[in-house]
Design a protein around this ligand. Structure first.
Ligand code: GSH
Length: 204
């Protein structure tokens, strides 16, 4: 399996999820502006949307959409690690992944397209509204987003909330979220994926 990624982008959640399996995989960096990859391949030919993440399977088929990739990878490389398909528990995971994708991930998007003034303030208010829902959910003292067990939802929430630092959005109003982020950041798979993307330096 090969993951096409861009450093620190939403593909980081898939990268972490692959690393969590402990199984071998490859990565290839895509330049989202030029739509070429680090080997010179035409990224738009690999995936017409030209967006990361994209997962190339050993068969040559390409799977896109982070929510699908994270579940596919975990189900196939570590069977049984996620709740079984068809259970309410699995639907709850999908509910959460979809919430992160459509309500949190996509709320960060406009900041990267240059938001200013009142438009920025409105988008910050929307982002805070979404994060307040996450904070309320974590207030019961759970260790991970889904409860007792770590899941791809943690990798995904960690990845998108990392962007607050890039857009000068203050996360200090969210103590439970910050504590969760610290637990996720300490996981070996997260450290390995971030190092591989050049987001963390090796300790001197
Ligand atoms: N719906 C896609 C969205 C992927 C996405 O927005 N990727 C961004 C990086 S976080 C990207 O590649 N943007 C470049 C572009 O759209 O040209 C998913 O959830 O996987």
């Amino acid at each position: 399996m090969k993951l096409y990624y861009s450093p620190g982008a939403c593909s980081l959640a898939c990268h972490i999820t692959l690393a969590e399996t402990g199984k071998p995989f490859a990565i290839e960096r895509a330049d989202l502006r030029s739509k070429t990859t680090e080997t010179g391949a035409d990224f738009a030919a690999i995936t017409p949307r030209g967006a990361v993440p994209a997962l190339e399977l050993d068969s040559g088929e390409v799977l896109t959409e982070g929510v699908a990739i994270m579940q596919f990878v975990t189900d196939n490389l570590t069977p049984g690690a996620l709740p079984a398909q068809g259970t309410l528990e699995r639907a709850r995971l999908q509910e959460t992944l979809n919430f992160i994708a459509t309500e949190v991930h996509k709320t960060y998007g406009p900041f990267f397209r240059g938001l200013e003034g009142a438009a920025r303030e409105a988008q910050i208010a929307l982002l805070n509204q979404r994060l307040a829902l996450v904070e309320a959910r974590l207030a019961d003292g759970r260790d991970w987003v889904m409860g007792a067990a770590y899941s791809p939802a943690d990798a995904y929430l960690f990845t998108v909330t990392n962007w607050s630092a890039y857009i000068q959005h203050d996360l200090s109003a969210y103590p439970h979220l910050n504590a969760l982020r610290a637990r996720i950041a300490a996981r070996p798979a997260v450290i390995a994926a971030m190092k591989a993307e050049g987001l963390l330096k090796d300790a001197a």
